[in-house]
Design a protein around this ligand. Sequence first.
Ligand SMILES: Nc1nc2c(ncn2[C@@H]2O[C@H](COP(=O)(O)OP(=O)(O)OP(=O)(O)O)[C@@H](O)[C@H]2O)c(=O)[nH]1
Ligand SMILES: [Mg+2]
Length: 512
Amino acid sequence: MIQSDPIAAIATPHGTGAIAVIRVSGTGIFPLLAKIWKGKNIDKMESHTAHLGEVVIPGGETLDQAVMTIFRGPRSFTGEDSAEIAVHGSKWIQNRLLSLLVETGIRPANPGEFSQRAFFNGRLDLTQAEAIADIIAADSRAAHSLAISQAKGQFSKKFNELRDKLIHLASLIELEVDFSEEDVEFVDRAELAKITREVKDTVDRLADTFADGQAFKNGIPVAITGAPNAGKSSLLNILLNDDKAIVSDIPGTTRDTIEDTAEINGILFRFIDTAGLRETSDTIERLGIQRTHAAIKKARIILNLTDISNPSNHCDIPADKPVIELLTKSDLLPDADSAKSRFNSHSDDDSGSGDDSGSNVIATLHISSRTGHNIEQLKTLLADFARSSHNPDTDLIITNQRHHHVLRSASASLSLVLTSLGYPLPTPATADSSHTSSDSHHILTESSATSVPTTPESIAFSVPTDLINSPVPTDLIALDLRDAIHHLATLTGAITTDDILASIFSSFCIGK
Ligand SMILES: Nc1nc2c(ncn2[C@@H]2O[C@H](COP(=O)(O)OP(=O)(O)OP(=O)(O)O)[C@@H](O)[C@H]2O)c(=O)[nH]1
Ligand SMILES: [Mg+2]
């Protein structure tokens, strides 16, 4: 499984550039590189030093002047002997150098193979390796700072903390299983439930950040809605700073949703321009309006536009999500009020007007796409809104589908542990207090126990007596605890399967 044969790849983007870097790693690379290197003897180069020399085609012809940086294992990214050769970035030079390396016996690397080796050699754990792919893909400051904190091992630290707590509990429970004949209890059930609950809460909280993580990574979806001609496409274009959508004074110009991303104050937003909402018998327009409703559904926030010169054309948005009401074309009405915000005090506050009586309206703003009036205020509102739910600079936020899935699985195992302990989970509607569960999946055994365990404070719901009184099936608890530990371990790669590794590293670019 663990390979260390020499590999090489172009690490810089395809195409012509000032400089291109070819990366080489593996056992025995230095004598192979010496065959194409004219300059300082590679054996005499110290680790982490760069040297000017020439790449030569065997036979003596110079391919290019180059800088070779060498890293001696295990103090390298991959943990192996490695080198980076920087040459001039002509496509021909890059390809010729790669083929020269192949001729010396170094094979072209697979996607992600350098990172995979770093993982196998203990230089990174899995979440850190995945973070590298995210750093490369990050196209906003928020996505970048999430990836950086993950790369620094913040996630691994949190996951390992949780796993360690469970391992401690599991070891005590396993002891009990071993001594089951003797009827000893090594760990107080109420205490066990309390800690399990704490870990589960943290796991759930982390898993719940996934939706935000996805939004920060791919752009927070913002739907631009309103009646035909309200100025939606004009607003999209000004927010994107691009002539993306066709603008015309013919109502019904936009028939399909049009979307693109733009970064505002370091946060990526995905703006979705929609077909104007109105009654219509036109089949195509109706299909477009269906898509408008779908966009409203997937949006995190809605910009609902009303043409100030035609206020009766206001559309109510039937949504249970935040709405910013925008009164457009303010240039047609020189005294239009600027802004009013119930959301925060950042926006322009000079005697705002407009209907903000709807409970989801977080702000009302006059804007003009023609003059740019209040467009900056609108951007500030959007960025503040995004940061008010999560701060990507400081919070731990899950952005990776695999992490989300694993956390959910761990949470499910922990639920089973709690149920086995006689602390079934409250249903969400009654989670605060006085919950009585009648449909627990607890495996009941003949009950003879009499004492009721003291409910830890963190488990603030009542439990049916028949569950409380049942003897705890210790081996069952041990099994579910082990499952939860297993899931958390697959997060950082302490336990891996070939399938997981294949799917993670195959999505990397070649040369990483
Ligand atoms: N004066 C003024 N006119 C504007 C402004 N914004 C848009 N318009 C004009 O209003 C008309 C409609 O603009 P669009 O952006 O196409 O409106 P829309 O909401 O996308 O319209 P549909 O796609 O038909 O639903 C065009 O003639 C624009 O030039 C503005 O801020 N001020
Ligand atoms: Mg339009």
